[in-house]
Each structure stands twice: as structure tokens, then as C-alpha cells.
Design a protein around this ligand. Structure first.
Ligand code: DC
Length: 227
């Protein structure tokens, strides 16, 4: 078995990254890193401090005063803000909306990218997901996947996910919010969402999680899986 195998999965909101990455990590018995959860925790810190999410420097100042970490003993790892589990709070719609402008701050990104690379040093067999994992954080990842899905499909998935948590969700509103977030995440100056050459492009619109995983597994380097 290889001593290091990083599987980087990037894609827009609702493309199925988290579900696929988590299931793949379970199957391979790799660690799992949800980098979106880290940006969401940063947004919680900014919201709780009453900071302006559009002020990149102020956001970084707030984030620096807090500790965003992952408890790797849990699977999936619990996301902690100053040791407090914010796993539920980070999925609230106000945090979803705030996470996009907060993640556009280059200084916030520098802090979280460093934490992500440190996590990979401790967990060299890793499935990681986000927007910049293949392009910026792990450009030397052994496997790079760009996961996409049609906008309507992504909105339907997000709405269903919210409803399953008891949060009322109007599909048209969810679609609009995703569209705005996509635009901001892919047009920002620092580390925009982009497909890198050499990545495996998978459109999950008509595929089950199992089918997506099979496509990725077919691209794993020989000996990547644990025995
Ligand atoms: O994947 P998600 O919806 O949990 O991500 C939340 C926000 O964080 C989203 O607006 C994009 C941003 N993000 C990012 O900029 N870079 C990452 N590696 C992961 C997420």
C-alpha cells in the first residue's frame, strides 16, 4: 500500500462532493477532510463577532483570534470552533450565505490552507473535498476529481437535505442561492473554483453515489487501497 494517497475532489455546491468523499473515505478506510466545513466555521466566527463578511481583512483578523480544528477521532471528523462542536450550526442558511464571501478573503484562505496541509501530513491517506483542493492546496494529489451536476439537480438535492433536517426549503430560492454562491466562488480572485487539467470530470446528475465512487475507484493508483 502507498504511504501517501491524496484524493482531491472539487466541485460546486450540491454536486455531491461531501456524500461521495465521505463514502469513498469509508470504503478505502482513508481519513476525510471537509474543507467547506472549515470555511463555514470561519463564517460562524465572523457572524458571532458581528464582523462584516465582505471585509476580507476584518474577517481574517477575527479568524486569527479563533481556533478552527477537526476532531479526527470522530468519523466524519467533528468541526470545532475553539473546541466547540459547530457541526449543526454551520449548515444554517445564514452561515451558508456568509461562508462564500468569508472564503473569498485571501488571508482567511491562507490560514485554512495551512491547517488543511497540516491535516494531510497527519493523515496521508486522505479524501479531501472543496473548491481548491486540486488546484491550490494539493496540486500534487495522486487523484483529482472535478464533480459537477446540473443546477436544478443540485438545488433539488440541497432542498431535500434541508427538509430532512426539518428546515423548510423553497427549491427556487435554494437554486438562486446556489447560483449566487457558484458565481462568487468561481469568479473570486484567490483560488476560484476551477477544473484543473488531469482531473477526472464526473457529472453526477444521473448517477448514484455508488456509480460515482466506482468511476473514481477505477482511477486510483495501483496499491492505493488499504489491504
Ligand atoms: O462546500 P461547502 O458548501 O460546504 O462550502 C462552503 C463555502 O466555502 C462555499 O461558498 C465555498 C467555500 N469553500 C472554498 O472557498 N474553498 C474550499 N476548499 C471549500 C469551500
Amino acid at each position: 500500500m502507498s504511504t501517501r494517497c491524496i484524493i482531491a475532489i472539487d466541485g460546486p455546491a450540491g454536486s455531491g462532493k461531501s456524500t461521495v468523499a465521505r463514502a469513498l473515505a469509508t470504503r478505502l478506510r482513508f481519513a476525510f477532510l471537509d474543507t467547506g466545513a472549515m470555511y463555514r466555521a470561519a463564517a460562524v466566527a465572523v457572524l458571532e463577532s458581528g464582523g462584516d463578511v465582505a471585509d476580507a481583512v476584518a474577517c481574517a483578523g477575527i479568524v486569527k483570534r479563533h481556533t478552527i480544528s477537526l476532531d479526527p477521532d470522530a468519523f466524519p471528523p467533528r468541526i470545532l470552533l475553539d473546541g466547540r462542536d459547530v457541526g449543526i450550526r454551520i449548515r444554517d442558511p445564514d452561515v451558508s450565505a456568509a461562508s462564500s464571501p468569508v472564503s473569498a478573503s485571501p488571508e482567511v484562505r491562507a490560514i485554512l490552507v495551512q491547517a488543511q496541509r497540516a491535516f494531510a501530513i497527519d493523515h496521508p491517506l486522505l479524501v479531501t473535498e472543496g473548491r481548491d483542493q486540486s488546484s491550490v492546496v494539493f496540486p500534487d494529489a495522486e487523484v483529482k476529481v472535478f464533480l459537477v451536476a446540473r443546477l436544478e439537480v443540485r438545488a433539488a438535492r440541497r432542498a431535500a437535505e434541508l427538509r430532512s433536517k426539518g428546515v423548510p426549503a423553497d427549491e427556487a430560492e435554494v437554486l438562486h442561492a446556489i447560483q449566487e454562491r457558484d458565481l462568487r466562488d468561481s469568479t473570486r480572485t484567490t483560488s476560484p473554483l476551477r477544473e484543473v487539467s488531469g482531473s477526472l470530470r464526473v457529472d453526477s446528475s444521473e448517477l448514484s453515489v455508488e456509480q460515482v465512487i466506482s468511476l473514481i475507484e477505477a482511477h486510483l493508483p495501483v496499491g492505493a487501497a488499504r489491504p
